[in-house]
Design a protein around this ligand. Structure first.
Ligand SMILES: [Zn+2]
Length: 335
């Protein structure tokens, strides 16, 4: 299986400072990149790739170039309607916040009609503005900004998501027949499946009709249990065959959302292993479950996996988890 590390900039613990400055951001990713090769990691997803407070474009370029020199791809997180667009936070024409401030009619609405924002990770200093998925004009902005991102950094791929922080309740969105998904930990309407499956391919196909070896990972936020596949299958069909459809099939200690009957509904799929980081309560020896999740993922036909790469491997427990994950995923990649 291809192996990827998945990270939020401000949760990185490879160097001090949680990427709050340029020095901290660059040091965190340089150290992660230095270690990545040991585990066969070929790419690192970075959410919060571009932020003014950690050096914006210049610092991001420094990280990408260092990674390239070490044979590792940087895969920025790209938000559609959420997560800041391509420029997570800052004074940039490619930031979704900037677009929405200039086009307030494009902002998503809460149930009470107030404008919708999203602050994540919870340790972030401020919230991002969210766009309404019924707004068609913002799609042109996504295309322009994704083209800029790929060109500016010579990217070999990216992860792209439409968001899992709640659906829009504007009149246009309410009037549509939406298939809404909740997450396991509460019953809030988090995700509109069609919005992701229509908008993400539309943007990517417009910007990169010929994708070659470009690696595109897109998130379902769903597990891979048969009932979940049944729910997702009509939407997964809308994605191009070369996309890696990501399944959150292992969600922290002992919580499997994959079983012997699980089968990937797409040619390429990524097993997202969500353990051993701040979200799951910190460092934990989870080697056995990691191995089991990967066995089931391979049986299901998935050919990629990611695990959080936010903790430094000078900690013995974390190193053990990375080793178990790397071995469980098998050697090399299928590129
Ligand atoms: Zn709306």
């Amino acid at each position: 299986m291809r192996k990827i590390w998945w990270t939020w900039d401000i949760r990185m613990r490879w160097a001090p400072g949680f990427s709050s400055t340029r020095e901290s951001f660059v040091a965190n990713y340089r150290r992660a990149i230095d270690a990545a090769g040991k585990y066969g990691v070929e790419g690192i997803v970075i959410w919060g790739f571009l932020r003014d407070r950690h050096g914006g474009i210049d610092a991001a370029r420094e990280v990408v170039e260092y990674a390239r020199h070490k044979g590792i791809a940087v895969l920025p997180g790209v938000g559609i309607d959420d997560y800041g667009g391509v420029y997570y936070q800052g004074d940039s024409p490619y930031s979704l916040d900037t677009y929405i401030r200039a086009h307030p009619e494009a902002q998503a609405r809460n149930e009470d009609g107030t404008p919708q924002v999203h602050r994540w990770p919870p340790t972030d200093t401020d919230a991002r503005l969210k766009a309404c998925p019924s707004d068609e004009r913002v799609v042109e902005f996504y295309c322009t900004s994704l083209a800029w991102l790929v060109e500016t950094f010579g990217l070999e791929g990216f992860q792209i998501e439409q968001g899992d922080s709640g659906v829009c309740f504007c009149e246009r969105c309410r009037a549509r027949d939406r298939r809404i998904m909740t997450l396991d930990h509460d019953d809030k309407p988090r995700i509109s499946l069609e919005d992701a499956a229509v908008r993400i391919p539309a943007v990517v196909e417009a910007v990169l009709p010929q994708r070659g070896d470009c690696t595109i990972i897109t998130e379902t936020y769903s597990g891979l249990l048969p009932r979940q596949i049944e729910q997702m299958a009509p939407f997964v069909e809308k994605y191009p065959d070369d996309f890696y459809i990501s399944w959150q099939l292992y969600d922290g200690v002992g919580r499997f959302k994959v079983d012997d009957e699980s089968r990937s509904p797409s040619p390429h799929g990524c097993a997202a292993l969500r353990t051993n980081n701040d979200r799951s309560g910190g460092e934990v020896d989870d080697r056995e479950n990691i191995g089991r999740a990967l066995d089931l993922s391979r049986k299901a036909g998935l050919d990629m996996t990611y695990i959080y790469g936010e903790y430094a491997d000078d900690r013995a427990v974390t190193r053990g988890n990375y080793d178990a994950w790397s071995e469980g995923a098998g050697g090399g990649s299928n590129r």
